[in-house]
Design a protein around this ligand. Structure first.
Ligand code: PLP
Length: 380
């Protein structure tokens, strides 16, 4: 990343870890197709299998349960469509704050979808989940994210598992934002599948994984090859997968201190901008994420003004179209539109220093004051 800039958008894409870059380059240079039987092919296969072990170790999952995909988005799509086709799922239960890569394939899956409400702090409403489970005895897939990309709220998955297991329900957890930021233990979670993404934990873009427990029947959605034990056809992106594995191995070392720096930043913002509000601050949150707003200062303005000051943050969710759209997450939490339009997401990581955040808070205060004076002048 550019040294004159301060990157505070780890939830969009984390910086590439040096170990991931080295593994990526080594695999790219080595070449070879992981399905070929010759020396070059076996070397490529070696990179893929090493990474499979590294990803499995990071989330404490069986190595054979790791299916490499092109992204977290593909892993989520595969979980939903693959469970419908392979496990005979005829009903989907998804929380209303899921990432679009869960919501859109669910809505387009051709089976009934029940969206579960969340509380104003962004936690899945357990009463609504219980009602949704009781509405039908059809075989269901429940898909809930472990950590929300916009607010950082961490869900109490154990509570859902306890409730859902009383019914015939498979459980998929989108752990894309959680892995690498908090401990994620697949076996301890007790769920059937989790999704992971390389670039969210410091690996290259272009690799993800669906991690499954043994015995899950998944219908492949990519057809035309036997790769990934016939669960995902297509020549593996060996270099990206190798980088993913290296990032996974390094990720476990980099979690300390981030939460303290985020908390100190939030306290400094409260001192300098007492009208600022941090969303979901009463819920369990990822240690690196702050979703905050200053009433009357639109996120659309703030993201650009901060960018000009050298700081990269995003407004609510980073939209793939580049346009600032209304956040379905904040709407589901009952935040009114005028407030939601002001929400920005600051997401930090292993390269973010205390000084970076002090400079950020000063720039935030300057940008907000500039906007508020302009509004006051226009009204005078
Ligand atoms: N799930 C969550 C919670 C995310 O935040 C994202 C990306 O922002 C995804 C899934 C999609 O991951 P990818 O960017 O690897 O497609």
């Amino acid at each position: 990343m550019n040294a004159s800039r301060t990157y505070l958008d780890y939830n969009a894409t984390a910086p590439l870890r040096p170990q991931a870059e080295a593994a990526f380059v080594a695999a790219l240079r080595a070449g070879g197709n992981a399905s070929s039987v010759h020396v070059e092919g076996r070397a490529a296969r070696g990179f893929v299998e090493r990474a499979r072990g590294q990803v499995a170790a990071l989330v404490n999952a069986p190595v054979t349960g790791v299916v490499f995909t092109s992204s977290g988005t593909e892993a989520n799509n595969l979980a939903i469509a693959g469970a419908i086709g392979g496990e005979g799922v005829t009903r989907l239960l998804v929380s209303s704050i899921e990432h679009p890569s869960v919501l859109e394939p669910s809505r387009g899956a051709g089976v009934p979808v029940r969206e579960i409400a969340v509380t104003p702090q962004g936690c899945v409403d357990l009463n609504d989940l219980a009602s949704a489970l009781a509405e039908s005895r059809d075989r269901a897939l429940l898909s809930v994210m472990l950590a929300n990309n916009e607010t950082g709220t961490v869900q109490h998955i154990a509570e859902f598992v306890a409730v859902a297991r009383e019914h015939d329900v498979l459980i998929h957890v989108d752990a894309v934002q959680a892995v690498g930021k908090i401990d994620v233990d697949f076996r301890e979670l007790g769920v059937d599948m989790i999704s992971v993404s390389s670039h969210k934990l410091g690996g290259p873009q272009g690799a993800g994984a669906l991690v499954m427990r043994e015995g899950i029947k998944l219908q492949a959605q990519m057809l035309g090859g036997g790769q990934e034990s016939r669960r995902r056809a297509g020549t593996e992106n060996v270099a990206a997968i190798a980088g993913f594995g290296a990032a996974a191995e390094t990720a476990a070392e980099f979690t300390s201190g981030v939460g303290d720096r985020r908390d100190a930043m939030e306290r400094a913002i409260a001192d300098q901008l007492p009208q600022a509000k941090v969303l979901c601050d009463e819920a369990a949150r990822l240690p690196n994420t702050a979703c905050l707003l200053v009433p009357g200062v639109p996120a659309e303005y703030l993201v650009i003004a901060l960018d000009l000051e050298g700081f990269a943050v995003s407004s609510g969710s980073a939209c793939s179209s580049g346009k600032v759209a209304r956040s379905h997450v904040l709407t589901a939490m009952g935040i009114d539109d005028a407030m939601a339009e002001c929400a920005i997401r600051v997401s930090i990581g292993w390269e973010t220093s205390e000084q970076d955040l002090q400079r950020f808070v000063a720039a935030l205060a300057t940008c907000c004051e500039r906007k508020m004076s302009a509004v006051a002048e226009a009204a005078a």
